[in-house]
Write a protein that binds this ligand. Structure first.
Ligand code: ZN
Length: 241
């Protein structure tokens, strides 16, 4: 099975289209999204329609939860909050119900999908270091867990009692180890690389690879400005931060 996994679309239609196209080229069988479908960007309804059309299996992110009132807006900084209030007015009742129905965790024998990590997933803790990763590994039951939330890709590896972090783009899965893979962000990368991120997981070849794909950033920025969203949300897309 070739899984295509991405996260943090954040209503960026141009980046989502570029990633879906790249997945098609790679012959992906199943598409998964680790949450934050909306928020920040100018195309929430179009992104939700496209995700639905491609039968993408998603889980709930903190921005998704905020749009449906499942998470308090006080959780967010002022720019994120402004975009969330705007987003709530853009989505239909069907969109809102779909967002509200997203589960926090999705799992099959191959993998687990969760937005922030497996430790208190409803609290949306950020996994920024080995100690944060250890908290999530304690609840990990599948060989690989895919997350997003920080918008910065990288792979945490548990080998017995040893934990390490790899910023590498590609690795072969060792069945004796466990992996916590942050797939980065489609719509708002924050690792200094402006290109959209996604991850290919080939269970047959036991291969995990983080991929990057360019998209027309200026188009996305123009839409954010036209919608009257905070200018910073457009600016940051050029630099991937
Ligand atoms: Zn996010």
């Amino acid at each position: 099975m070739r899984y295509g996994i991405f996260s943090d679309v954040h209503s960026n239609l141009e980046a989502l289209e570029a990633v879906l196209q790249a997945m098609e080229k790679e012959g992906v069988d199943r598409i998964l999204c680790a949450g934050d479908l909306v928020g920040y960007g100018a195309d929430p309804a179009a992104c939700l329609a496209l995700l639905r059309q491609r039968a993408v299996q998603a889980v709930r992110g903190n921005h998704d939860a905020a749009v449906t009132g499942q998470l308090d807006l006080d959780w967010f900084n002022s720019r994120a909050r402004a975009a969330l209030e705007w987003t709530a007015k853009q989505v239909s009742e069907t969109d809102r119900n779909d967002l509200a129905d997203l589960e926090l965790i999705w799992q099959n024998p191959d993998l687990t999908l969760v937005h922030s990590g497996l430790h208190e997933p409803e609290q949306f803790h950020y996994i920024l270091n080995l100690s944060d990763a250890a908290d999530s590994f304690r609840s990990q039951r599948t060989p690989v867990v895919f997350i997003g939330h920080t918008h910065s890709p990288g792979i945490f590896i548990q080998d017995g009692t040893d934990l390490s972090f790899l910023r590498a783009a590609e690795l072969r899965v060792d069945p004796r180890k466990k992996y916590l893979v942050n797939v980065g962000s489609v719509g708002q990368p924050r690792d200094g690389d402006a290109r959209a991120a996604w991850c290919l997981y080939d269970t047959g070849e036991r291969r995990i690879g983080i991929q990057r794909v360019p998209y027309p950033v200026e188009e996305t920025q123009a839409k954010i400005r036209k919608a009257g969203l905070p200018d910073f949300l457009a600016e940051r897309l050029s630099v991937g931060y």
